[in-house]
Each structure stands twice: as C-alpha cells, then as structure tokens.
Design a binder for this molecule. Structure first.
Ligand SMILES: Cc1cc2nc3c(=O)[nH]c(=O)nc-3n(C[C@H](O)[C@H](O)[C@H](O)COP(=O)(O)OP(=O)(O)OC[C@H]3O[C@@H](n4cnc5c(N)ncnc54)[C@H](O)[C@@H]3O)c2cc1C
Length: 453
C-alpha cells in the first residue's frame, strides 16, 4: 500500500503549504475542500503576499491595483465559492485612453475593426489585424490558459517581432504595445508572443475592471477560515523516510507532512527546497526573472474622471509613465466617495534607472509627467506615496513557456517516483492573481490525486 495513504490513525494526510499569497491561499483552500488536513506557513505578519494593500486615510494604497476581466474565470469562481460575490462583483468597468502626441484620447476597442480609429495606427496595418482571429483559431489547440506549457511550440518570437511581421509597426506602437504592458510587466521587444496570444484567447477584447473592494477582502476571508501560522519563514525542506517531508523554520521549529505545496516566488522556492531538487529544476526556478516596479499612488481631493479609467502611454511618447489608473471614489469602496485616487506606474526603463532615487524625487517626476498629460492633476493631489518593488511580477519573455514545459515534465517524473512536493505561483502560469490561482488549483489537484485513495 502507498505509504502516504496508509495512516495508522486513519486521519487524512497532512499537507503543508508554504506562503500565504494568492497561490498559497488558493492551494490550501482547494486541499481543505478535498478533505486533506492543511497548514499554511507564512513568513509575513499578513496574508496576501504581493497583493497586500495598505490603508491610509480611508484609501487603499496598492503598488499596482489588480485589474481583472471576465476571463479571470478561476478567480471569479473562487470569489463566489467564498461567498464574496456581492462585496466584490460585478467588476467596475474601466475605460481605456491612450496618450498620443501628448494628448489623451478615448481608445476603447470593442472590436478589432475599431483599431483603425486609433491615432497613429495606419489603416493598412489595422486591416491586417483581420489575420489575428485566423491565427488564434489555428493555434487554439495550443492556447490553453490553464496549461500554458502547451504553447511551448509557439514560444519562438517576441510580441514586437510578431506584430511587425503580421500587422505592421503602427499596430505595435499604437495598440498592442500599450495594451500588453498594461496587462503584464515587461517589454514587447522581449515578451513572448504567447503571453499576448493567451490573453487574446482568454479575454479577446473583454473590458478590464476593478473589484468593488480590494482583493484584500478575499484574502482576509480565506485566511480567517484556514489554519495559518504567520511570521513563520521556512528555511528548508528535507526528505524523511517513507516519503514524508520536514519543514524547518528560520527559528528552528519543525513540521512534518505527507506533502508540501511551495507557493513562494521562484527563487525562494529554489532555496527552500534545494535538498529535494535536481540540478535542472533548481536552475529553472533560479532562472525566473521578475520585473522591477516603481509607482506613485496619489490620493485626490476630487476624482479626475467620472468612471474608472486606465490611461496608457505609448513608448513613442518618451514619458517616464507607462500607465495611469484613475479611480473615482464610491461609498464603501477602496476610495472614499467624492474623492479620487490615481496610480502612476513607471516604465520599466524608468524603474531600472531610478529605482534607488528618493521617494520625493520619484513622486515629483511621475506626478509631474502625469500633470503634463492631464493638466490640473497636481492641484488635486492631497497626499501621495511612492512604491518600489524589486520583484513585482515574473516576466514571460521568449523561452519562458518552453522552460515551463520542461519544468512541468520534470514535476510529472518526480511525482511518479513518489516525491510529494508541488509548486504553485504566478510564475508558472501568468503574472496575475488569476495565474496564481490557476497554478494553485493544479498543485492542489495533483496533491489530492496522489494522497487520497
Ligand atoms: C507591484 C505589483 C503589481 C501588480 N500588478 C498586477 C496587475 O495589475 N494585474 C494583475 O493581474 N496582477 C498584478 N500583480 C500580480 C499579482 O499580484 C501576483 O501575480 C500574485 O499576487 C502573485 O501571487 P503568488 O501567491 O504567486 O505570490 P506572492 O504574492 O509573492 O506570495 C508568496 C507568499 O510567500 C511568502 N513567503 C515567501 N518566502 C517564504 C518563506 N521562506 N516562508 C514562508 N512564506 C514565504 C510571502 O511572504 C508571500 O506571502 C502585481 C504584482 C505586483 C507586486
């Protein structure tokens, strides 16, 4: 009989989940629902990981508020199953504007034909976008947002190369580029085209939106229902006889488990699980690259727009800003009624060159750049905060999906050899809470299949 299943006391096997970010919480939730005993170990004092917000003067300040679409299916399902539909959904829809030659104009695209109306996009190039649905149909068997490794064969060129080749440069600069940088960190020149194709397959041109309250509502509700041990940084994982695993914390405490889900960012996962990993998987985890992020969030005395709006800045503007998100307040929401909030996200180049600049300088530069685009914005600012995140979101550059395919195939081999270690995190699917939740569902399903009779 399988050593994991034959428990003398008849109790269900115990699974330790390391990390209580979106992936860890979703994995623990799934394992608990499957009837397994679960314990979450979290290094920080709170759950939520990178989505954590801080509250100031009635405003929820986040380095980058999470934008969702209806295509974020697993996150929506989870919100509903936790009983938070009324608090968080439906999404507050966002309109999109683009900055072109220093001016902001509405750029909502509901249909690919609308692209021809975008400024700077040449008609011939816009018409060539008719190729996109045909390409998506041809690639459909490989484009599964829940198994991104299936698209490995398409992971051979950057999004920028793909756009120039199939549609034309003006479509890249005026449509695809700004949209791609809005949905995921990274530069279209290095980003894999698969990331964009998967996005189009999942959401097509679905309108993005904001949760009515922040994701923190979900995080807190889930964490309150699960056994979470906070301020418990795990130092190492080791194998025990009979296939069990032992986790040791930084302060020397130990826990034994039948299985472990590692739901930390990739470099931390490589470090913690080093004694259990082969050379190739250790190298693959270490090779995951993360984008740095610099943003400034400003509380506003008055809203700048009547409805939530994202303002995308194309690269040709040579602005330090990549995007701005404008949120008018609503009673009971993330921003007080009658007030507003603007989140200014810098370009990657700005984040790289100004990462260590003093907060006052970053604030001045980014708010100044936005005021040039949106005159009067500066006067509405009540107070602001600068954020720097060295490892914000994993990059899905060319080659990443082939790496994921190799990693998943090693995981399948190790599982069949009896190792009960599973990985979850946005770096395995998509740099978003939805990506984290999808990866967690996969990890939890694999662990449950291995552990339960
Ligand atoms: C600045 C920023 C902007 C973003 N913008 C967007 C956006 O606009 N749209 C979008 O969809 N997504 C966005 N995201 C991405 C989204 O927030 C993440 O993809 C998702 O939350 C990642 O979840 P995770 O569980 O994989 O990782 P994490 O949130 O990093 O969770 C990992 C957890 O593991 C814990 N941990 C680490 N090491 C240990 C250890 N040794 N022992 C115990 N615990 C440990 C950490 O404390 C953390 O709680 C953004 C992220 C950031 C940072």
């Amino acid at each position: 009989m399988n050593g994991y299943r034959a428990r003398v006391d008849g109790s269900p096997p115990r699974v330790i989940v390391i990390g209580a970010g979106m992936a860890g919480l979703a994995a623990a939730w799934g394992l608990d629902r499957a009837g397994l005993r679960v314990l979450l170990l979290e290094r920080g004092a709170r759950a939520g990981g990178r989505t954590a917000a801080r509250s100031e003067g009635g405003y929820a300040f986040e380095a980058a508020p999470v934008l969702l679409t209806r295509g974020d299916r697993r996150l929506h399902e989870w919100i509903e199953s936790v009983g938070l539909r009324d608090e968080l959904l439906p999404l507050r829809p966002l309109t999109t504007a683009i900055v072109h030659l220093g001016a902001v104009y509405d750029a909502d695209v509901r249909h690919l034909l609308d692209v021809r109306r975008l400024r700077g996009v040449r008609l011939l190039h816009a018409l060539r976008l008719a190729r996109l649905p045909r390409l998506l149909a041809r690639y459909a068997p490989m484009l599964d947002p829940e198994s991104p490794e299936r698209a490995a064969a398409l992971d051979d060129r950057s999004l920028a190369d793909f756009c120039r080749l199939y549609f034309g440069r003006s479509v890249l600069d005026g449509f695809v580029g700004p949209r791609a940088t809005a949905i995921a960190a990274g530069d279209p020149e290095t980003m894999s085209r698969v990331q964009f194709l998967l996005h189009m397959r999942r959401d097509a041109l679905g309108r993005a939106g904001l949760l009515r309250a922040g994701l923190s509502e979900l995080v807190e509700r889930v964490a309150a229902r699960l056994p979470v041990q906070f301020e418990t940084g795990v130092e190492t994982l080791e194998p025990l006889p009979q296939g069990a695993l032992r986790a040791t914390s930084v302060d020397g405490r130990t826990w034994c488990a039948d299985a472990v889900v590692l739901a930390t960012p990739a470099p931390e996962a490589a470090r913690i699980a080093a004694p259990l990993l082969g050379y190739a998987e250790r190298q693959q985890l270490r090779a995951v690259r993360y984008a740095a992020l610099v943003s400034v969030v400003a509380a506003l005395r008055r809203p700048l727009a009547a409805h939530p709006q994202q303002v995308l800045v194309s690269r040709s503007e040579r602005s330090p800003l990549a995007a701005a998100l404008l949120e008018p307040g609503v009673p009971g929401g993330r921003v007080p009624g009658g007030r507003g909030l603007v989140t200014l996200r810098s370009t990657e180049a700005f984040a790289a060159s100004r990462f260590d600049a003093p907060s006052e300088a970053l604030t001045k530069e980014l708010i100044g750049a936005f005021d040039a685009i949106w005159p009067g914005a500066l006067r509405a600012v009540e107070f602001s905060r600068a954020f720097r995140v060295s490892h914000s979101a994993p990059r899905f550059d060319v080659g990443r999906y082939r790496d994921i395919e190799r990693f998943e195939s090693i995981q399948a081999e190790r599982r069949s050899a009896g190792r009960r270690l599973y990985f979850a995190g946005d770096y395995l699917v998509h740099p978003s809470p939805e990506g984290a939740v999808v990866s967690a569902r996969r990890a939890a399903a694999a662990a449950a299949a291995d552990l339960l009779p």
